[in-house]
Write a protein that binds this ligand. Structure first.
Ligand code: PHE
Length: 345
């Protein structure tokens, strides 16, 4: 019986190797391992063997069965792949051709700096809030203490919606400051919020002025909030961006929605004794800010006798320019891929 089994194994393996299709392979499989197969018949005959012979022959028979089964499986898989490839080839599909390449975009420098700042401010407990680019006149100006006869409106000349009698009148927002009012109305005080977004101005364009650019508004309202809190937040933010402490100074600055108002300058992070970026002065003007004007708190439904706060307006486009050494703001919204591709994340 041993010889018969070994012969069957040899025959089986040879037949499997010679199979040309899966159908043929299935026939061979059933002729060996099927219910009436040759090997099955041998296995059935084991019972008639002498008790002493049975274990050794039984083990051999099982090993051969396993070996054949493995060979069937392996050859079956190869034939399957071949048949699939032949099928695809017959309908004109070449699986070896590379697929269409999906071009990966890159993160816009303004988005990259915005995300970085969002992380920094979130770690200081700020929430991120959004406002519409098409804003009501009331939110963009009046609620920010800029009444219609205020000269500050001139520096914020912008694009108005056409219908003259539309109420409320709407314009493309000239700054992210209206989100101060929106966020306060939504959440009330106390509040820590940043609002990144796109803003629009009537500008004569040049390397540092663009009609469309990005800002990030910051607002903190709470009890007894003052200038030291503002300075601390600004300095922490700068340390986060430039990865070291920068010397800063405050100069007075006028904005109707803050009192007192400031401009924050930082020691130029790019030089020691003056360079192109700081125009030789060693200081760069970074962002305006100040303590929220009581009229703004009132307009937003917050009692100025109970709460105070600070706000700042960070130029995201300007930050990105400083960070990446971009010398012309007009690249930012140009959509020029040659420019954008340099910022692969
Ligand atoms: N909104 C002001 C601007 O765009 C900047 C600013 C924000 C100033 C917050 C003070 C406080 O010019």
């Amino acid at each position: 019986m041993r010889e018969r089994l070994e012969a069957l194994c040899g025959e089986g393996l040879a037949a499997i190797a010679a199979a040309e299709s899966r159908a043929q392979l299935a026939e061979i499989e059933s002729s060996f391992l099927g219910r009436t197969g040759a090997l099955t018949a041998q296995l059935k005959g084991l019972g008639k063997l002498e008790a002493a012979e049975r274990p050794a022959i039984g083990k051999l028979a099982n090993e051969i069965k396993q070996k054949l089964q493995q060979a069937f499986d392996a050859v079956g898989e190869t034939l399957k792949q071949e048949e699939l490839a032949a099928d695809l080839a017959s309908v004109g599909v070449d699986c070896s051709l590379p697929g269409p390449t999906v071009e990966l975009g890159s993160v816009h420098p303004v988005m990259a700096i915005a995300r970085e700042l969002e992380d920094i401010f979130q770690s200081m407990g700020f929430v991120i809030w959004d406002g519409p680019e098409l804003e009501s006149e009331a939110n963009n100006f009046d609620a920010l203490n800029i009444p219609s006869d205020h000269p500050a409106r001139e520096s914020h000349d912008t694009i108005w919606m056409k219908s003259a009698d539309e109420e409320p009148r709407r314009c493309l927002r000239t700054h992210t400051s209206p989100v101060q009012v929106r966020a306060l109305r939504e959440f009330g005080a106390p509040l820590r919020v940043i609002a990144p977004g796109r803003v629009f101005r009537q500008e004569a364009q040049d390397a540092t002025h663009e009609h469309t650019f990005h800002q990030m508004e910051g607002l903190v309202v709470g009890k007894n909030i003052g200038v030291p809190h503002m300075l601390h937040a600004m300095n922490s933010m700068l340390e986060g961006v430039f990865k070291r402490k920068l010397e800063t100074r405050l100069r007075p600055g006028f904005f109707p929605f803050v009192e007192p108002g400031f401009e924050l300058d930082a020691r130029c992070p790019f030089c020691k004794g003056g360079c192109k970026v700081c125009k030789g002065s060693t200081w760069i003007e970074l962002m305006p800010g100040g303590l929220v004007h009581p009229n703004v708190l009132t307009a937003a439904g917050v009692d100025p006798n109970e709460y105070s706060g600070f706000a700042f307006g960070l130029g995201l486009s300007r930050m990105a320019m400083l960070r990446y050494g971009i010398h012309d703001i007009r690249y930012m919204c140009s959509g020029d891929l040659r420019f954008l591709k340099q910022f692969k994340a």
